[in-house]
Structures are given as C-alpha cells and as structure tokens.
Design a protein around this ligand. Sequence first.
Ligand SMILES: [Fe+2]
Length: 196
Amino acid sequence: MINLAQYAKLAGTYDITTGEMKGAALVRRHLSDLRGSFVDAQAFESALRQSDPLIYSVSSIEPGKGQGDLHYGLGVLMPGKVGAEYYLTKGHLHAWREAAEVYIGLRGTGCILLEEPSTGQSQIVPLGKGSIVYVPGHTAHRSINTGLEPLVYIGVYPASAGHDYGSIAKQNFRKVLIERDGHPLLLDRTEVAGKV
Ligand SMILES: [Fe+2]
C-alpha cells in the first residue's frame, strides 16, 4: 500500500544555493574525479597541482524502484574552466538506453551536450534558469557551465534508467565546448586535442 505521507515529505526540500535536498544521497565530484574528461590533459594536471576543487554535486531522490516510478536529482555544477574548456559533468548514457530524461534549469547559465553515440550526431541545448531540456533515449548527455555562477538544475528520469559512465569514459564525447574570445565555441575533440 502506498504511504502518501511519506511521499509528501519529499516536497519542497531542495536548496538551489547549497545543492542539498533533505534525505537525498549526495555525490560530490572533485577535479581529481574528472581525469580524462577534459581535452587538455596538461591544463588538467597543472590545475590539480594547485588544488582539487569541487566541480559538481548531485543529490538524488529515489522514492521507489517499481515500473512507472521516477527518480530525480538536483545537480550543482560550479563555474570555471580547465584550460579553455568549461567545467562539465562526466556525462553518461542510461543503462536502459530507451530511458529519456527531463532537465529543468533553476539557476545559472550553461547547456547540455547531447550525442547520439552510433552516428556521433551532437547538439548543444541551452540549460539555465528558466529553461527545460528534453534528453531522448539512446543519447549521451553532459552538463556544461558557461556562466559565472553555479549552474543548478533538476533531472527527472525513469527509476529503471540506471547510469552507464563506462562508455563515455572509454571514448568521451566527440565535441568539446571551449571559450574563445569570451564566447562558447563547439569544436571537434580531434581538432582541439593538443591545441588549447
Ligand atoms: Fe541521465
């Protein structure tokens, strides 16, 4: 039997400044957790020698595991760059490839990088305060902060979606978003590697 009082407790408990949700499992990713994610390995190692800052955190709520259940997470991605490349999340595919996701932007300025792995088709979609992004199934997705304040968003996805980080870790996204002349510029990874 469903205990509605239990679900009611989930309401209104997130904080877009701290990225915390009461009762949520919190995962923190520091720079050292993102080795291999940025295109400029030299800039990465150089930055890491200085410090190991928090890059992003995700607080996840997983109310149930049943068919039809939804999970959601509050993401907070800090502003900054490694070399010319904006701070980003590791990115993932869903283990259940058909699973889609909705991102609701709450604060800040950035985007989601989408990639269809079999063809390499890529797309940047703005994500920030006031925007919503639909991530279809079979699509790798990564958040990128192009602004000067934390990028905060909520992602809602099927309980059975699961996260597959391995495929991205192996070959990374084909596109890289860098800052050039003060503006974001999307380039091929192969074009950028060793040149930024
Ligand atoms: Fe996802």
